[in-house]
Write a protein that binds this ligand. Structure first.
Ligand code: DGL
Length: 272
């Protein structure tokens, strides 16, 4: 038994889609979630810069005495998962491997597509994981820079979002994929838009459920779960504006968000 909390981080509120699944899968665990709003978005940045941010946050969370760090951001996982695992003494779980695994299992024609941020596509980590599991699978990846701002905006289900989804779906449809990885924390929020554009014949894969299962499995294998009979708690930190986090965050988490605490960037930097 281990009563310590699980640390989760993302560039902003998108990772709350992953936290949501964790809270449902592990209702007896405590969670502390950090959103790096002051430096959002990570997607258009260089991989080196995002890796630096991830290391700062990972070390900060470790100092908060968490028992596991979950990188609930596809861009941060792409940029720095191995370096985080080297730097921290607690287990670190990312969101890419579970999705690549699910996609290889789901595809029937062995043609897999990826929609993600520019940095995630550039990093090529999904392609590596897919190839490690099925070297004969065809892989087509496309950056969708328009989507994150639209999903964070006032009208996530508006006509502009559908139009942006159509634009990025086109090359994947032309490649004949039957499975598409939604490789960004924000995309599951507009899943119906993707499903309608791609049609029922295409399987959409996203990380939240798979990742929550991986976290639960890691805790069980290492014998560091919390007491099953208890009800866990969850709390929030942001490097940005706590009120903005609360308002937007509820849309992503679909559960109540009470208080959000502000953390100065300087504090994160000191932890590193
Ligand atoms: N959280 C990022 C991801 O999953 C999307 C938002 C951003 O670009 O920071 O890739």
């Amino acid at each position: 038994m281990d009563a310590r909390a699980i640390g989760v981080f993302d560039s902003g509120t998108g990772g709350l889609t992953v936290l949501h699944e964790c809270l449902v899968t592990m209702p007896h665990e405590d969670f502390v979630y950090l959103g790096d709003h002051a430096r959002l978005p990570y997607g258009p940045r260089s991989l080196d810069e995002v890796r630096g941010f991830a290391l700062e946050i990972g070390r900060y969370l470790e100092r908060q005495d968490v028992k596991l760090v979950l990188v609930a951001c596809n861009t941060a996982t792409s940029a720095g998962l191995p370096q985080l695992q080297e730097a921290l003494s607690v287990p670190v779980v990312g969101v890419i491997q579970p999705e690549a695994h699910a996609a290889v299992q789901a595809t029937r024609n062995r043609k897999i597509g990826l929609l993600a941020t520019k940095a995630t596509v550039e990093a090529g980590r999904y392609e590596e994981f897919v190839a490690a599991l099925d070297a004969g699978a065809e892989f087509t990846a496309l950056p969708c820079p328009r989507l994150v701002p639209l999903i964070e905006g006032d009208d996530p289900f508006g006509a502009e979002t559908t139009e942006a989804v159509r634009e990025c779906a086109q090359p994947l449809k032309a490649a004949g994929v039957d499975t598409v990885i939604l490789g960004c924390t924000h995309y599951p929020l507009i899943r119906p838009v993707f499903q309608r554009v791609f049609g029922r014949g295409v399987t959409l894969v996203f990380s939240a459920e798979e990742t929550a299962r991986e976290v639960a499995g890691t805790l069980a294998r290492k014998g560091i779960e919390n007491e099953e009979a208890r009800e866990g708690s969850y709390r929030f930190l942001t490097t940005g504006d706590p009120e903005a986090f609360r308002t937007l965050g509820q849309r992503f988490l679909q559960l109540p968000i009470a208080e959000v605490e502000h953390v100065e960037l300087a504090k994160l930097k000191r932890a590193a």
